[in-house]
Write a protein of this length. Structure first.
Length: 218
């Protein structure tokens, strides 16, 4: 049964089209009760998984020390990634350079304050033997990532924001060792979670549907 936390009373379409990657508008000062996150996770657990195996695991970090560990690995990966991205933009500016630079600034901000975010949630999945399968891994990650996105949607409806991140996975083993995650559990996503400064998020600009739609074949 869902707990009695405030909800934004958004329609399904509104939640789906206004759940943004939130970075600079994360409220770093407002505490997030663990019960709000677990309430949203109860919704996320209704997501599909292959053979209904439900092999997912959720590592919720609220204490300063584990958050700091993850944040340090995240920063190490992020700044190497950001340096390469800046060089690529300089060599070949994207069509919408202004938007690209805004996103880069926002991402840099998140990396710098990661340990200050009230909660970090790592979505992971049980993998027999611990080794990822060769070839197409859609079946594996398709049993975790829909639930992680459902979590992001449920958080949005409760007035919280998150940002879908995977850069810490460059140091997945180090993070796993620090947090005591078994070798047979592989991480798939990191969601920094906080209440948002305002809730007035709007749909983002996207490429027209006709540029990506293929009917009855390519």
């Amino acid at each position: 049964m869902a707990l009695d936390f405030p909800h934004l009373d958004l329609s399904a379409d509104e939640v789906l089209t206004t759940t943004r990657s939130v970075r600079k508008r994360l409220d770093l000062e407002r505490p997030v009760p663990l019960e709000v996150i677990t309430d949203a996770l109860e919704v996320a657990l209704q997501a599909p998984s292959g053979s209904n195996a439900q092999g997912w695991h959720w590592i919720v970090l609220t204490d300063p020390e584990p958050k700091k560990i993850v944040a340090e690995y995240y920063r190490k990966s992020y700044f190497a990634y950001a340096e390469a991205g800046a060089a690529a933009r300089a060599a070949k500016p994207p069509k919408d350079l202004e938007t690209a630079e805004k996103v880069a600034s926002s991402a840099t901000y998140l990396a710098e304050v990661m340990e200050q975010v009230p909660a970090l949630v790592i979505g992971a999945i049980h993998v027999p033997g611990g080794e990822l399968p060769e070839g197409n891994q859609a079946g594996l990650w398709g049993s975790l990532l829909p639930a992680a996105w459902s979590l992001a949607l449920a958080l949005r409806e409760r007035g919280l924001g998150s940002a879908w991140t995977t850069l810490h996975l460059e140091y997945e083993r180090e993070v796993a060792e620090a947090l005591g995650i078994p070798e047979t559990v592989r991480q798939g996503v990191l969601l920094p979670v906080a209440y948002t400064k305002g809730t007035d998020f709007k749909p983002a600009k996207r490429a027209p549907l006709e540029t990506v739609l293929h009917v009855n074949g390519w």
